[in-house]
Design a protein. Sequence first.
Length: 436
Amino acid sequence: MVLETVPDETLMLTLEAQRMGRRDDYPLRAVWNSLLAGLVFQHPSIESLRRELRRNGELRQVCGFDVFGGANAVPPPWVYTRFLKKLLGHLDLVDAMFEQLVKQLQRELPDLGTRLAVDSKALRSFGRKPGQDKRELPDGRRDIDADWGTKTYKGVREDGTAWEKIKRWFGYKVHLVVDAHYELPLAYTVTRASANDSPELPKLLDHLDRTHPEVLECAKHLSADKAYDSTDHNEQLWETYAIKPVIDVRNCWNEQPHQPRQLFPDRVDTVFYTAQGRVVCRCRDLPGPVNGPDPLDNYEPMAYQGFEAGRGTLKYRCPATARGVPCTQRDLCNQGRHSAYGRVVRVPLDRDRRLFTPLARHSKAWRREYNKRTSVERVNSRIDGSFGFERHTIRGLKKMRFRVSLALAVMLALALSAVRAGRHEQMRSLVHPRAA
């Protein structure tokens, strides 16, 4: 299925033109096909693949090796070494295969890209770290391109105590934009492990805009975790691409981080907002700054009424009239001046682009869209488990880029083949039976 779907003709013609006039003991197309077979059948190394080729005559035939040569038709290790070096000189053609597959999938699946998710994934290097020996030149065992990456996870336990977990690894990162519904990659970059996640998002969006503008035109939401929380990201997604950002927010209030702030500080009012972007109303005026341990005991969330795109505002309604919440502050907010519908508050996005987005935080729609972010984690899991990145022998940034690009191209090729066969439920399966 992969051999029939991968658009590798340009790459093969380029390599064959370079070999023209030289010995052709081991056909380039056969060696290339065997590399793809190694990915599909999850061989962890070239030697593992060669052992399978020597044993499996049918696989040799499918790849295109000499049928009458038997096990002797399998290339020796040095042939694969030289072939991989040649492929590294044509990374642009390997990347082009991935882009072609995205275009073909978009034609088969018109709603591809409606919901996007972005995240990064650690790619460990198992080579020697720099400084572990006295040699300065690369020797094939050290990884002089890789460096150390750190990711911190924080949360609160059920008993209210905080927890923190720090993950460190030596190697690289792959930054992915995936379709959150079909769980398929649409764009990617590979960096050293120390690279920050946030600066990669504009690069990925710009790449999609140049190569697949139809995908961005289809996109409605983009979900991401706190690592991508940024005023610039939220503004670019909505103003440039008309995509609603669904990005978790960090608490950046250093002074009184848990105390709400006035939404309209230029006047006495009962409407406040929190560090998490929730708009609340001070409906009660109980003694003290708070009633008990929660600083929001005196406040009630205002009723969210939707986003007004023409005005660029979020619309909220008085909780006392919307939900029947008891209110002791009617005189302060001049409630009597309003109709039975209650007071309406419009919050412009420009008030704080980090906190106020076209899809209001704490709304049910926001939580529903944010839950779709886990799709990128499942893609990451397939990269590790199905495509062999949990344990590998890859050394160097350029080789890692090639290996990631090839793995993602095979992932899309299998999905495209399944879609064309009418078996959409199998588009995320690495190996499955051919349709009858």
